[in-house]
Design a protein around this ligand. Sequence first.
Ligand code: SAM
Length: 178
Amino acid sequence: MITLPLLILMVVVLFFFCRWFLGIGVGAPFVPLHHRDVEDGINLAQVTANDVVVDLGSGDGRILIAAAKRGATVIGYEINPLLVWWSRFRLRRFKNRTHIYCGNLLQADLSQASVIFIFGLGPIMPRVVELIRPHAHPRLRVVSFAFSLPGVPLLAQKGIAKLYDFKIHDSSSVGVDG
Ligand SMILES: C[S@@+](CC[C@H](N)C(=O)[O-])C[C@H]1O[C@@H](n2cnc3c(N)ncnc32)[C@H](O)[C@@H]1O
């Protein structure tokens, strides 16, 4: 027989399962990139040791690891605490230049970013664009995987990795994506 406490526990577990693993009500479910796609993104953004790389929805940290291997300082925002814990563990050898925050990517501090990665679903993208715009600067490279950043000019694409140009804000420009 299902008692009330058990029912409440089941509802709570279901809520967090839907939120953390199916991505319902957040930006995207946890669907990790293939190694090939990670490399495409890192190469497209030309990540070097001079960069501060932010991954918005950093999952198990695979993009952060690839960027850290190139010497970059890496910052992740991830809503799933289990993935935060696991990615911190995976990046332990880069501990002195790794910061992984457990929280909503829409509250990310992008003031230090020179490279931003995002692999989120379409509905969150307009808000991601508005989050990034105030931090646009000439060296900023923004790569979105699979999904477009609406109203932002597409500079280049490699596989599913798309490099966007935040220097031009005129959405009537030729090549605007989304
Ligand atoms: C498609 S996965 C990408 C994971 C990793 N960046 C990669 O490329 O392999 C999206 C990740 O974003 C996280 N996420 C979704 N919505 C989020 C939000 N609002 N704030 C922070 N993280 C979020 C999910 O938990 C998931 O780990």
